[in-house]
Design a protein around this ligand. Structure first.
Ligand SMILES: *Cc1c(COP(=O)(O)O)cnc(C)c1O
Length: 375
């Protein structure tokens, strides 16, 4: 097959911004301008002083507003990203046994973290093939249910809903890393809605945020008082206490906090979560609609109800070299449309986060049409 990377896509077809990666994802230039404006008064200053703590407070308040935080819930944050929060959940939230949904890379990584903990029972795992999703079901003895809200590796989104018939006090944990800020959610249906800001929140990595219900806060205290060994860095009580003081336990990435606060305030100024969900749905209908019309492409997720409006995965017929398409896009400045590597499909994966303009998604499909015509 011809070297697709030699093809020059006409400028008038290209998106204004070529960043379509699922994470780290497009940071809005306006956020960077705002960061530049505080470059000498905020960056490089003490995270124990007001200037930085005010930004932490602004981020916590913005998140509370964005998610219409139910009474008694708290916004807690700490360092290390979602992967660190998985260990926080293992140490500070699961009492004995969890039931976990596993239908892609990220769900399965949490399963592995739970399995590795010598003080927990083996998790009950609800598995489904990539491109589909399993249902969590009530099970006696399970004290925590966990699922991704959006499985970033496969482009499958599931509703956030409590498990009917679960033991009283059982926690619902939702990994919303690639959902939070662009997918509608009723946080009251979750006890632990957690995420990192380098995806839909258009910031940088290294931080985790969690919306904790009163039941989850209580659970963290109960486990702490039980005497379980908990490394201080992974102790949720440490994070709760510091968050209430608009701080983190150790030094955070100040730029990450500022950029996340900027994005949250931007989302709020546009109309909040319902506006963001409408925008991502519009991008999704552009891209999935294109794939359905294109004779050599189709959405990987066959059930339209499970198709993610945040991260779209598009399969191509064997006659098309999807890796070649991604490389050609990259050569033309359109970045990170490669599929999740371990999925191993002839596929493109495209982020549709709210920072990404639906018009740029339409431009991307025009670029794909051009490449398919020329190849
Ligand atoms: C990206 C991602 C993670 C990992 O986040 P890190 O901040 O890199 O640890 C976990 N879960 C989901 C669903 C993700 O999309």
């Amino acid at each position: 097959m011809a070297d697709l990377t030699k093809i020059q896509i006409p400028e008038d077809r290209k998106p204004t911004d070529g960043r379509f990666g699922s994470g780290p994802s497009k940071v809005r230039p306006e956020s960077l301008d705002a960061l530049r404006a505080v470059a000498t008064t905020y960056l490089g200053t003490s995270h124990r002083q007001r200037t930085v703590r005010d930004q932490v407070a602004r981020l916590r308040q913005g998140i509370a507003d964005l998610f219409d935080l139910p009474d008694g819930y708290e916004v807690v944050l700490g360092n290390g990203g979602t992967t660190a929060f998985w260990e926080v959940a293992v140490f500070s939230l699961i009492r004995n046994q969890a039931q976990c949904a596993s239908f892609g890379e990220f769900g399965s990584k949490f399963v592995a973290a739970v399995k590795d903990a010598p003080f927990l029972a083996d998790p009950s795992v609800r598995q489904a093939a990539p491109g589909t999703a399993p249902e969590l079901i009530a099970e006696a003895g399970v004290d925590a249910y966990a699922t991704p809200h959006n499985e970033t590796s496969t482009g499958v989104a599931v509703p956030v809903r409590r498990v009917a018939g679960a033991d009283p006090g059982a926690l619902m944990l939702h990994d919303a890393t690639s959902a939070a800020g662009g997918l509608a959610v009723d946080v009251a249906e979750s006890d632990v809605y957690y995420f990192a800001p380098q995806k839909a929140l258009a910031s940088d990595g290294g931080l985790w945020l969690a919306l904790l219900s009163p039941t989850a806060l209580e659970r963290a205290h109960e486990i702490k008082e039980s005497g379980r060994y908990i490394p201080t860095f992974l102790d949720l009580i440490t994070a709760i206490d510091n968050s209430r003081l608009s701080q983190t336990y150790n030094t955070p990435a100040l730029a990450t906090i500022f950029l996340a606060a900027e994005q949250v305030d931007w989302l709020l100024s546009q109309g909040g979560l319902s506006w963001a969900a409408k925008r991502t749905a519009e991008s999704a209908s552009v891209l999935y609609g294109w794939a359905e019309r294109c004779p050599v492409a189709q959405p990987f997720v066959t059930d339209p109800a499970l198709r993610s409006p945040m991260v779209a995965t598009i399969d191509f017929d064997d006659s098309v070299d999807a890796a070649g398409l991604a490389a050609a896009l990259r050569a033309n400045g359109i970045l990170d449309t490669e599929p999740y590597r371990k999925l191993g499909r002839n596929q493109l994966r495209v982020a549709l986060y709210p920072a990404i303009d639906p018009a740029d998604v339409a431009a991307l499909t025009s670029c794909l049409d051009y490449l398919l015509e020329q190849s």
